[in-house]
Design a protein around this ligand. Structure first.
Ligand code: NAD
Length: 342
């Protein structure tokens, strides 16, 4: 695709945030994420160990998420992180870019903006969990958190079931205004509530905060609820109490991440949950695991965020950009014809 020209010139595609947003919709992201979760569970796609370090500057966390999907021939890395001071500057706290490589030669194929794709793939992950694990008759969607990701989460989740109402909680309730306007746009009623009330009303709950202590307690959550815990993606973070994790039937994107950097890390460390208690969501997608056993059990998806999700949506962006002629191309040959690298 990018090896063109009689001299074997090497073209690299560049896709801006704007192009990604224009080309990759929620359905594209859903299909890409569902497909790669399934490939991971079949052992055809592998995430490499995550590097995530505190920079000691700007309070930022920075790292790499990488992997290889043999079934889709997708190889690459997302590099970026979390700059908590960005919002005050009018910028997104998460900043990242994806590099895609040719798995046959290792040559760089594309540079893809990662900010929009991160939000849409994270929302797709919880949407895939809702599609496969939530009861069919759910009506009330609970959202915990009102940061950058939350509206993406709401839009994607709302498409999965016949929701009628959104109940939401945020540390500072005044920040719920935007989420409320998105709910209105989607034709859903909206109520700002306490966490206890959120648990009492919600049939599906998405937690998407940066909390480092449990904020949602198991005793507040109704039987039959599906919970997607999406905020905990680092050692030490926690959104729900260990009692809730212990009571729930557990699913995740990647078991190794769930027990180390995901929501299950605390229950596992306390000896309340074992690695074997956690099922990859891909097993449910592939029909290997039945998923929810009955209408009364609580299902919990521990969405830790894997590099292969980023690569899958970046690949989808690249394919659409190529077929629609929407990518910028930079070209050149190195070494120059006849030359040798020094
Ligand atoms: P953001 O900075 O825009 O918003 C942070 C949210 O967390 C706000 O609602 C804030 O009120 C809340 N919050 C922060 N500290 C809290 C605390 N101690 N108690 C309760 N609420 C608290 O961030 P964002 O972009 O919306 O991302 C939210 C979280 O999701 C981040 O922690 C991020 O690392 C995580 N995330 C996970 C994935 C994944 O794949 N699992 C992907 C993207 C982001």
């Amino acid at each position: 695709m990018n090896d063109v020209g009689p001299a074997g010139g090497h073209e690299i595609l560049i896709m801006s945030e704007e192009i990604c947003e224009e080309l990759v919709g929620r359905q594209d992201a859903f299909e890409a994420v569902e497909g790669v979760f399934a490939a991971m569970a079949r052992g055809e796609a592998r995430n490499f160990p995550v590097v995530r370090e505190a920079l000691g500057h700007a309070d930022a966390l920075y790292g790499f998420k990488s992997g290889f999907d043999r079934s889709g021939m997708v190889l690459g890395v997302k590099s970026g992180g979390y700059w908590p001071g960005n919002a005050a500057r009018g910028l997104t706290n998460h900043q990242s870019a994806v590099l895609l490589f040719d798995p046959d030669t290792g040559r760089l194929k594309a540079v893809v903006g990662g900010n929009y794709l991160t939000a849409v793939r994270t929302a797709a992950a919880s949407a895939v969990s809702i599609a496969h694990l939530a009861r069919e008759d759910v009506k009330v969607l609970g959202i915990v958190g009102a940061g950058h990701q939350s509206a993406f989460q709401l839009r994607a989740a709302a498409e999965m079931r016949g929701f009628e109402k959104v109940v939401a909680w945020n540390r500072s309730p005044d920040k719920l205004e935007y989420l409320s306007s998105v709910a209105a746009e989607l034709g859903l009623s909206f109520e700002s509530v306490t966490l206890k009330e959120l648990g009492r009303q919600a049939d599906v709950i998405i937690t998407i905060t940066s909390s480092f202590e449990p904020i949602l307690r198991g005793e507040w959550v109704k039987p039959g609820t599906h919970i997607a815990c999406m905020g905990t993606d680092t050692k030490g973070k926690q959104e729900v109490d260990a009692a809730l994790v212990t009571a729930a039937r557990l699913f995740t994107d990647e078991v190794a991440q769930s027990i180390s950097i995901g929501e299950a890390q605390h229950a596992v460390a306390a000896g309340l949950v074992a690695e074997a208690d956690i099922t990859p969501l891909g097993d449910v997608i592939n029909g290997i695991h039945p998923g929810r056993a009955n209408d009364n059990e609580i299902t919990l998806f521990d969405g830790t965020g894997v590099g292969l999700q980023d690569l899958a949506v970046a690949e989808a962006a690249m394919r659409k950009a190529v077929s629609g002629g929407r990518a910028s191309v930079v070209g050149g040959t190195y070494p120059a014809k006849g030359g040798r690298p020094s």
